[in-house]
Design a protein around this ligand. Structure first.
Ligand code: LIP
Length: 269
């Protein structure tokens, strides 16, 4: 038994209701949850856990044999040919600080290939979705990545992984190079939203040197089905194979971004 895109959209909206109940745009005035620390800057709240518990209960009741990779619980063993990737709140740091840039990310892959992806922003009520070979949509409307072909005309984004060194230093070198080559290098703080914004043409490219499967599985399919080129930062198209990194870009920009990343990598040796 395999899920449909409608199944993933319903799951994402259900988790979105849970997450939205805990969100406050005025955290200085009201905080509806306590914050725990998985690492120095790696936050988790009870709403991450409630969202994940809801998703796991629904998925395991309908697809009990499937494997699930999920941020807070980790790995739930199952059929490696049918894998779910769950981020119950992608952008938890933003969520805690009341910044409305977070989303529920649900990916589904078969035989190592992404098949379905949904990223739901419960504040903006933006549901990004994609099915392999059939396209990508925002609230049912088709998505198309940007056709920007000049780095100097591009708006790009990145983020600095919670893991810290050596990834921070590597990404600072890339940030310092791209800030002079592009219009700007944004930091939105949600990998899933970054990938969906590339899919929508809001961003021309996005990269991270260190990421997790559940951060990127859904958004990478959405970006590629919208016409962006998606790979690891070394150009490897098998982005769902560890170690995970990501580069999603407008088609004409992808090789240019790869070349700069390669040059910086060479100079860092
Ligand atoms: C976050 C990603 C972000 C990345 C962070 C973290 P979380 O996901 O969205 O792009 O830089 O290290 O992985 O932890 O908020 O689900």
């Amino acid at each position: 038994m395999t899920p449909t895109l409608a199944d993933l959209e319903a799951l994402a909206r259900g988790a979105g209701e849970i997450v939205r109940a805990g969100y406050s745009p005025r955290p200085g005035y009201e905080q509806k949850f306590t914050v725990e620390y998985k690492g120095r800057i790696d936050l988790v709240t009870e709403f991450d856990k409630r969202s994940e518990a809801y998703l796991l209960k629904e998925i395991r009741s309908r697809f009990p044999s499937h494997r699930i990779e999920t941020e807070e619980t980790g790995l739930i063993h199952g059929d490696e040919g049918c894998v779910w990737y769950l981020d119950p709140i992608d952008g938890t740091t933003n969520y805690v600080h009341g910044l409305a840039h977070f989303a529920i990310s649900i990916g589904y892959a078969e035989e190592g290939k992404s098949k379905l992806g949904v990223v739901y922003d419960p504040v903006q009520d933006e549901c990004f979705s994609a099915e392999r070979g059939k396209g990508a949509w925002l609230n049912g409307y088709p998505l198309r990545a940007a056709n920007t072909s000049i780095l100097e005309r591009s708006l790009v984004s990145t983020a600095f992984a919670h893991d810290g060194p050596p990834y921070t230093e590597i990404n600072l070198k890339l940030f310092n190079r791209f800030i002079y080559l592009t219009q700007n290098v944004m930091q939105i703080g949600s990998a899933a939203q970054n990938l969906c914004y590339v899919a929508a043409g809001r961003l021309d490219a996005y990269w991270e040197v260190r990421i997790q499967s559940w951060d990127i599985a859904a958004g990478a399919l959405i970006a590629s089905e919208a016409g962006a080129i998606v790979s690891k930062i070394d150009g490897d198209c098998e982005y769902l194979h560890p170690p995970y990194s990501i580069l999603a870009a407008a088609p004409a920009l992808h090789p240019q971004m790869l070349e700069v990343i390669h040059q910086v990598g060479q100079s860092a040796r």
